[in-house]
Ligand binder design. Structure first.
Ligand code: SF4
Length: 246
């Protein structure tokens, strides 16, 4: 039995309603942005639930991930597993190799540990730049963000406009961690085995650690930094991120 399922998977009041709402939101998003919408998956538990909902309802939403060059082997191994499980293709977007090499030559392999500025520069290079290309030509994207994940995410809307005016959909915004694992157990959704080793939030290898019982959900991300700095810029939550409807 999976430890993550054993610890977390519990039916919580209103679960069926949240599943139905998430599926309906994805259906609307796919219709409104037909042929121009993508799920950007981190391959974490929430994103696997979103992928399952999309596949289960046969929705025309593409699937893309940011291959930063620093993903855990377990995360990389999940890509062919989910492709085989759902019969889908996962687009892999990477930073240009020459720019990555130049950054490492100039700042070192573990530049992200030297300062917040260098950590953010690494995220900009390995995440933000590939994300911009993944979204180029698309009018909407889907995320696995949940309000419960952290303070900065406490007001994540179901749908909003990002800083470029694209639709941004977060169908699990009101889901609990228990909802996520209840869904995974119920539908036998494939997931990253690192979740069984106390990694609730999984990012790049040098920037993610396991968390202890009672620690915050994102305590294992950039744990050497102040809480206020702990976002990579993918989801800035700036004032122009307006909720456009519930
Ligand atoms: Fe670089 Fe760490 Fe950001 Fe990954 S999470 S892009 S390794 S700083």
């Amino acid at each position: 039995m999976s430890r993550a399922i054993e610890l977390n998977a519990r039916a919580t009041p209103g679960f069926e309603g949240r599943v139905a709402h998430a599926a309906a939101l994805l259906q609307s998003a796919a219709t409104e942005h037909l042929g121009a919408i993508v799920q950007t998956t981190s391959l974490g538990a929430e994103d696997m639930v979103v992928t399952d909902l999309i596949a289960r309802h046969g929705l025309p939403i593409a699937l893309a991930t940011l291959d930063t060059g620093w993903l855990h082997a377990q995360t990389l191994a999940l890509i062919p597993r989910l492709e085989a499980h759902y019969g889908v293709h996962v687009e892999r977007w990477q930073a240009p190799a020459a720019e990555t090499l130049a950054f490492v030559r100039q700042h070192g392999e573990l530049a992200m540990r030297h300062s917040v500025a260098l950590r953010k520069a690494c995220c900009a290079l390995r995440k933000l730049e590939p994300l911009a290309r993944a979204l180029d030509g698309r009018t909407a994207w889907v995320t696995g963000l949940r309000r419960e994940q952290s303070g900065p995410r406490a007001a994540v809307p179901f749908r909003e406009l990002d800083e470029r005016g694209r639709g941004k959909f977060s169908p699990l915004a009101d889901w609990s961690w228990q909802d996520v694992w209840h869904y995974i157990a119920l539908h036998q959704v494939p997931f990253n085995p690192l979740h069984d080793e106390h990694f609730p939030s999984i990012g790049c290898e040098p920037c993610t650690r396991a968390v202890a019982q009672g620690e915050d959900f994102r305590a294992g991300r950039w744990w050497w930094e102040d809480e206020s700095a702990k976002e990579c810029g993918l989801h800035p939550g700036t004032p122009h991120n307006k909720e456009i409807t519930a």
